[in-house]
Design a protein around this ligand. Structure first.
Ligand SMILES: NC(=O)c1ccc[n+]([C@@H]2O[C@H](COP(=O)([O-])OP(=O)(O)OC[C@H]3O[C@@H](n4cnc5c(N)ncnc54)[C@H](OP(=O)(O)O)[C@@H]3O)[C@@H](O)[C@H]2O)c1
Length: 490
């Protein structure tokens, strides 16, 4: 009887609710029931979606829209319908899209089609996709995309075009997949002065780092990620930090109201890390995470992505496997932590559809009224501030070093003295055996029997680079020195 209950409550309003209250049970709608029950007769017509690409994200969006159509319409009071699909593999697309959906091979035909209100771009890349997105905007369509590379590289052009044309470009799925971090920064924390954002925003690299803690080498962990479908055939953007830099560019812009500054994000990946680094960091009470961090100072903004030592007591240290986690620091709300799936078609679809729902709610708002809707980047375009990005050399953190020195008994003192001579204070320094030295091919090449391991005090990156060069040149050092920064999180 759930269907009857829904119809009754929408037809008779308060009377139906009071009947339910008397029996102490709320109506439980059948989420797979007919849609009419969720829609008022005078509601807006369906929002018509043109979907570009039917890969993980595109097919996931189609599947979730279909499965949850009643639940979505109950929230929205309006339907969202995929009316047009563009794909390369047309036979597969026809089979997936089903009856009533037009399948086209030409993206331009979809983005300019008069029967499409909003384009979901789920192809990826920055080549022809930029042209299709700009054409969609020029044709008066709203655009939803999960394409962080496109927006981090060409966002100025895309958002300016949308602003001028009075359409919306929404991108929740581009940053943290299932975590609604853009909505959180833009709306939920809209009353705050946001001071910092620190996040694990690449599920593939986080999976690899978690696997390396079980003594797998980087290559073995990467192969495991690929076998489980977490890593692309070409995982370079994931492991070299570029994907995280794309996401940080968007996060910083939305958090601080500054322009997109991809070229100024200092970026290091995880390819150089060894299981021994993970083990030594753990022994010191830290876990290594690829962290994307943006921090606001009076003089400007820090923007960087690098593998960092996170205290094992910090909640971000517990974000393991392919999960994403983001800590936001703001003056009124205080620190908040957001965690969720860092990859996946349906997980991204959740964000894409939430964006579609926001667009569906715009309803009759005139397209030229940006102050009457949530600004695309969180701040009104004319209120963006061109905050300077601070040079990496000036960044002050503590540093982790692991110096392979064989069995030389004087090495500890020599490393300590070298740090002191270059003006870097030592917090702790000691001997560490090299776990798995006999079995790790990379380590066998370097040949150390033991290492000097420790943490420095706060030092600028410039000073630390000088200290590292001096340590590497010591005759007691018989392999590459590992260096990582400590995440100075609140
Ligand atoms: N997968 C995730 O977990 C995830 C998470 C967040 C964001 N994203 C972003 O979402 C976007 C899509 O990612 P994805 O994982 O869904 O990629 P994908 O699985 O590779 O899907 C891309 C789709 O686009 C289609 N395509 C490529 N060129 C086309 C063209 N000229 N015309 C029509 N269709 C074309 C491909 O068709 P064929 O199959 O026929 O080649 C494929 O189905 C990317 O920007 C990605 O960064 C993905």
């Amino acid at each position: 009887m759930p269907q009857a209950l829904v119809s009754q409550s929408s037809a008779t309003g308060a009377a139906a609710l009071s009947v339910q209250a008397a029996t102490m049970s709320w109506p439980v709608p059948d989420t797979h029931g007919p849609l009419q029950a969720a829609i008022e007769p005078d509601s807006l017509p369906p929002l018509r979606v043109g979907l570009l690409g039917l890969g993980n994200v595109g097919a996931g969006t189609l599947a979730v829209l279909r499965r949850n159509q009643t639940e979505i319409a109950r929230r929205l009071g309006r339907h969202i319908e995929v009316t047009h699909v563009c794909a390369r593999n047309l036979a597969r697309a026809v089979a997936l899209a089903g009856p009533g959906v037009q399948v086209l091979a030409d993206p331009l035909a979809v983005v300019t089609h008069p029967d499409v209100d909003v384009v979901v771009e789920a192809i990826g890349g920055t080549g022809p996709v930029l042209h299709w997105v700009l054409q969609a905007i020029a044709s008066g369509k709203h655009v939803v995309t999960a394409n962080k590379a496109l927006l981090a590289e060409h966002g100025h052009q895309v958002f300016a075009a949308a602003q001028a044309r009075g359409t919306v470009v929404a991108f929740e799925g581009a940053v943290a997949v299932s975590i609604p971090i853009i909505k959180m920064l833009r709306e939920g924390l809209g009353a705050n002065h946001i001071t910092a954002v620190a996040g694990i925003v690449n599920g593939t690299s986080n999976f690899i780092l978690s696997a390396m803690r079980t003594s797998l080498s980087f290559q073995a962990a990467l192969q495991q990620a690929q076998a489980l479908g977490y890593a692309e055939a070409d995982p370079s953007f994931d492991v070299n930090g570029v994907d995280a830099a794309h996401k940080l560019t968007l996060l910083a812009s939305v958090a601080f109201g500054m322009p997109l500054r991809l070229a100024q994000v200092y970026t290091e990946g995880i390819g150089q890390l060894l299981p021994a680094d993970m083990a030594c960091a753990e022994a010191l009470g830290y876990r290594i995470k690829l962290l994307a961090q943006a921090r606001r100072h009076t003089q400007g903004v820090e923007l960087h992505v690098y593998p960092a030592l996170v205290p094992t007591t910090h909640p971000l240290a517990a974000v393991e496997g392919s999960l994403n986690g983001i800590a936001v620091y703001s003056d009124a709300a205080g620190p908040t932590l957001h965690c969720g799936a860092g990859a996946g078609g349906e997980q991204t679809a959740s964000a894409v559809i939430a964006d579609l729902m926001d667009i569906a709610r715009l309803g009759h708002i005139p397209p030229t009224s940006p102050t009457q809707r949530v600004a695309m980047m969180g701040f009104q375009p004319w209120a963006m501030q061109d905050l300077p990005v601070l040079p990496m050399a000036e960044l002050r953190t503590r540093h982790f070093v692991r110096v392979p020195v064989g069995s030389n008994p004087h090495a500890l003192g020599v490393v300590a003295a070298t740090l002191a001579q270059t003006g870097v204070a030592t917090q702790s320094l000691g001997w560490a055996p090299v776990p798995g030295a006999a079995s790790d091919a990379t380590r066998a090449q370097a040949g150390p029997a033991s290492c000097v391991v420790g943490l420095t005090g706060l030092a600028s990156d410039h000073n630390m680079q000088q200290a590292l060069a001096a340590i590497q040149a010591l005759r007691q050092v018989n392999g590459p020195v590992s260096h990582l920064r400590v995440a100075e999180l609140e």
